[in-house]
Design a protein around this ligand. Sequence first.
Ligand SMILES: Cc1cc2nc3c(=O)[nH]c(=O)nc-3n(C[C@H](O)[C@H](O)[C@H](O)COP(=O)(O)OP(=O)(O)OC[C@H]3O[C@@H](n4cnc5c(N)ncnc54)[C@H](O)[C@@H]3O)c2cc1C
Length: 476
Amino acid sequence: MNHEGEGKMTKRSTVHARPSKDFIEALRARIRGRLLTREDTEYDAARAVYNAMIQRWPGAIAQVDDVADVIACVNAAREAGVLVAVRGGGHNAGGLGVVDGGLVVDLRGLRGIRVDPQARTVRVDGGATWGEVDHATHPFGLATPCGIISSTGVGGLTLGGGSGYLTRSCGLTIDNLISADVVLADGRMVTTSADEYTDLFWALRGGGGNFGIVTSFLFRAHPVSRVIGGPTFWGLEQAEDALRGFQELIESAPEELGGFFAFLVVPPVAPFPEALHGRKVAGVVWCHTGPQESFDQIVNPLISAVPPLLHAPQELPYPALQSFFDPLYPAGLQWYWRADFMGKFTEEAIREHVRWGGTLPTGHSTLHLYPLNGAAARVGAGETAYRHRDAFWSQVIVGVDPDPGKTEVLRDWTIGYYDALHPYSRGAAYVNFMMDEGADRIRSTYGANYDRLVAIKRQYDPGNFFRVNQNVPPAL
Ligand SMILES: Cc1cc2nc3c(=O)[nH]c(=O)nc-3n(C[C@H](O)[C@H](O)[C@H](O)COP(=O)(O)OP(=O)(O)OC[C@H]3O[C@@H](n4cnc5c(N)ncnc54)[C@H](O)[C@@H]3O)c2cc1C
């Protein structure tokens, strides 16, 4: 098992040219956006990514203004042999939005969003965050399924798959992708959809940043406006019953019910009751798109059978639930990640979860289990690059803390927990929950889809220009 962590990515830059003075001057003259280097006071803020465990120093950072800037960056870097990292929201676990010595193409200047309420679609530029999308769609009573923290980038989350509160009812984010504009490694821009560049469209839906820079996404949006959302917490002594009960409930619950299971430390802030502050608990954060009565009908049998410490779901606007955890997880914390796709848990696996869930090393560390049954599971395993649609859970374990001195504690706990549960897994993980874990992990994640991805990579990026990602090299 490969336990290499965040450090290996740096090696990729060593065979590439650093951006020279001439390169920087020429590119600066070609783009409308800013090109930052170490000499600029904004450089340090611009190189920082969400996970502060990742510290890298690019040779230059292009804060692009438009698609023409993106094309200029791709052409200049390809011609000069400069390694490129593409940065969307900067949330990636392994810091794939930044690279030592190379050029970062920072897409945050591309944030335009346009909702078409009649067609129920939303067009989103490649550097937007999901909070910005929710803000734009909510006034129209619409939402596109995405993740659970609003500062996450649309680009990275979508290209990896995208799971969250609406996965059971509306599918993965990629299941709602209608088309995408992509700048390819040769500098051409193409529009890809179910009708155009269909192989590329297949690969983009789960294949990550391997195939080009997406400057615009067109998504389907769903009539989701107010939801029943919020947490239920159980004491650890009830955690086995709670996990078993949630698994049974979610296996057959109507798809309008979503939510995830967690082990967490109750944050010492309102609205959580003071008596629970700092307590380790098992919990579910619910998201129900139907009325209160149907939520109660579905969930109350579990609440009666396993009485919780807190049961606080309430009706609220969908974007409020989407940003519920934002204040608890600001940018700049230390994060160590491990993930797996899991089948239904056996009694033994449930016991193992509870054993580790009780040892959360810090207040921010957590385990999340996202159910994948429902709409996402109705799409065939070969229909998109994202393969493991028959998994019951997408599991992610994160050791998190503000203190850089705790790195080892976070790493050891995360890996210990992961190792204990890995034997019960599918041997593969959601790419967006992985750090830099080696080629075998990437292969197993794509499974039988891997060879087709390689063939498409060979066609669109034979030189592996886009390699700062969960890389699918163009040769088997
Ligand atoms: C706190 C937190 C919560 C999360 N919750 C969820 C969740 O609920 N559901 C979920 O599915 N995932 C979740 N994730 C994982 C998330 O999907 C990944 O971290 C994802 O990579 C973030 O995308 P980004 O654009 O912010 O990242 P970045 O670090 O900017 O980029 C990540 C990768 O995507 C590529 N990329 C980004 N934008 C583009 C683009 N426009 N074109 C081409 N390539 C691009 C980059 O090159 C890089 O390889 C979460 C992550 C964090 C940190």
